[in-house]
Design a protein around this ligand. Sequence first.
Ligand SMILES: [Zn+2]
Length: 235
Amino acid sequence: MNFRCVQCGHHIKSLYVQYSPGNIRLMKCQNCRAVADEYIECEIMILLIDLILHKAKAYRHLFYNMFDPKAMNFEGLMWKLTFWFLILDAYRISILLANSGYSASYPSLALLIWGCGKILLDAFVGNLLFISILLLGTRSLLNAFSEVSRYKNIWLAILASSYLKLFLIAMMVWEFPSSVIFIIDIFVLSSNTLALNVISESAMSKCFGVCLCAHAVKFLVSLALNIRLANLITL
Ligand SMILES: [Zn+2]
């Protein structure tokens, strides 16, 4: 098993010793001498709060210690998360369009369906560029990983650390100004940076540079396609 100490990221064989059901002793890290993973005894809410507070140790627990790689189908999870990531991005584009006042100007059902298809295509193109820049940046700026599984782990970490996008669902129920979307984007960028830092074990500045480039290109492509779509709708 490839567990990690959540404090320093050092490899550790086991996180705890179980004497009897409910009676465990947490192991200490040989590198930093701290308890290797205190989240084992914590409620899930503590982990969620620490993830929102951007604590690196919470991300280490999530990526290395929380799930058993033999019991989990990470490939299937990755495709499911990618699907919902795209849907949430498409929804984000539609909110931005609606807030710009273009949603009410669909003259027919056919054009509405065409508009939805175009939004999904925009989300797909934007994210294709996002993942390409992210993985190329990871390869050139960080260590040159050769294993495909390493790239999959990085993408899964980026997907998992984009959990704040779920806040967009709240926008279906309550009305928020468009600025909230940009605040969510900034939180997702910082969360992605920390996740990349934890999973790649590279310098934070390099991880920030890679994530910033990927997010900036996605944002600019999305903006350009949105302006084009808005122009087509109003024609
Ligand atoms: Zn340690």
